[in-house]
Design a protein around this ligand. Structure first.
Ligand code: SF4
Ligand code: SF4
Length: 302
């Protein structure tokens, strides 16, 4: 049987997910449930309907034509789909004349995905770019990534993976064996607090990061999403910096400021946004984190 992965977005011409011009492939499914997640549509491994509440004009046509009667109006969220009864027939998507409903998630074989990615091969070659697998958690699709790596190698462009690290070590080994770089997310140093914020403790994540540090020869970057009231206290930051300082193979640390770009997607899925009215941060708000530079021999980037 041909292996497939469920893709929910393909972003072309990205300049923020690795060197050069890149195509970022977002794969569905994630083992964590971070309160600040900006891609809630990535969490379920299955395709699902996403509404666009800021585009919807409230005509109720989708609710009227759904054969499952699975769409209802919800205060503050617009027309919400009941995923338990939705069969993904697409009637409401085709029937919404202004495009306020989407099916998130499409099955791709590695060959079909490559037909999309290779469209920008000339840009990769001239900029030193390539493809970046993101998510969700792309290492849930480790065998697919290994299969795709043959296409990247043949095309002579690079391949990176972004991971939350909450996967078996075997998946990290497989994917890192074929990836030119790994971007590794780090959410909180304290296992209990990590569980509160993401639904799982950080034992597996730290083990995987230590394994990569000791065994991986590609580019290893660690990324810390700086989230107000969640992991922004000096103990959390200091613990993170001290952990990274003991590693020998990490090339850089990024701090990423909290943003609220995922808010409308929670509404479109009929879900509450757990960050309440927390204010988004500007780069300048977290510039002070560079003060930790004297505790690290690798660059801190904002
Ligand atoms: S999603 Fe589309 S069809 Fe449904 S109420 Fe909004 S505008 Fe009408
Ligand atoms: S995809 Fe089909 S079953 Fe699902 S909400 Fe739309 S019309 Fe209803």
């Amino acid at each position: 049987m041909t292996r497939t992965a469920t893709v929910f977005n393909i972003e072309r011409f990205s300049s923020e997910d690795g060197p050069g011009i890149r195509t970022v492939v977002f794969l569905k499914g994630c083992p964590l449930r971070c309160k600040w997640c900006a891609n809630p549509e990535s969490q379920s491994r299955k395709p699902q309907i996403l509404g666009k509440p800021f585009v919807c004009v409230g005509c109720a046509r989708c609710a009227n034509i759904c054969p499952q009667k699975g769409i209802t109006r919800r205060e503050g969220m617009g027309f919400v789909t009941d995923a338990k009864v939705c069969t993904l027939c697409g009637t409401c998507v085709d029937g919404c004349y202004i495009g306020a409903r989407l099916v998130m998630g499409e099955e791709y074989t590695a060959a079909a995905l490559h037909r999309e990615i290779v469209k920008d091969a000339a840009y990769y070659l001239h900029s030193g770019g390539g493809v970046t697998f993101s998510g969700g958690e792309p290492l849930l699709h480790d065998d697919f990534i290994v299969e795709y790596s043959d296409y990247a190698r043949e095309g002579n462009f690079g391949m990176l993976v972004e991971t939350c690290g909450q996967v078996p070590l075997a998946s990290v080994r497989k994917a890192s064996a074929v990836a030119d770089g790994v971007f590794f997310d780090f959410k909180h140093i304290d296992p209990g607090r990590h569980r509160e914020l993401t639904g799982a403790d950080n034992r597996q994540i730290l083990e995987n990061l230590e394994w990569l540090d000791g065994n991986y020869s590609g580019f290893l970057s660690v990324r810390y999403p700086y989230i107000p009231g969640m992991n922004d206290d000096p103990e959390a930051i200091g613990g993170f910096i001290d952990f990274v300082a003991k590693l020998g193979n990490v090339r850089e640390v990024w701090f990423l400021p909290y943003h609220r770009l995922g808010l409308s997607k929670y509404r479109g899925l009929g879900r509450e946004y757990e960050m309440g009215d927390a204010k988004p941060l500007k780069m300048s708000d977290i510039e002070f984190l560079k003060d930790y530079q004297d505790r690290l021999s690798i660059p801190i980037r904002i």
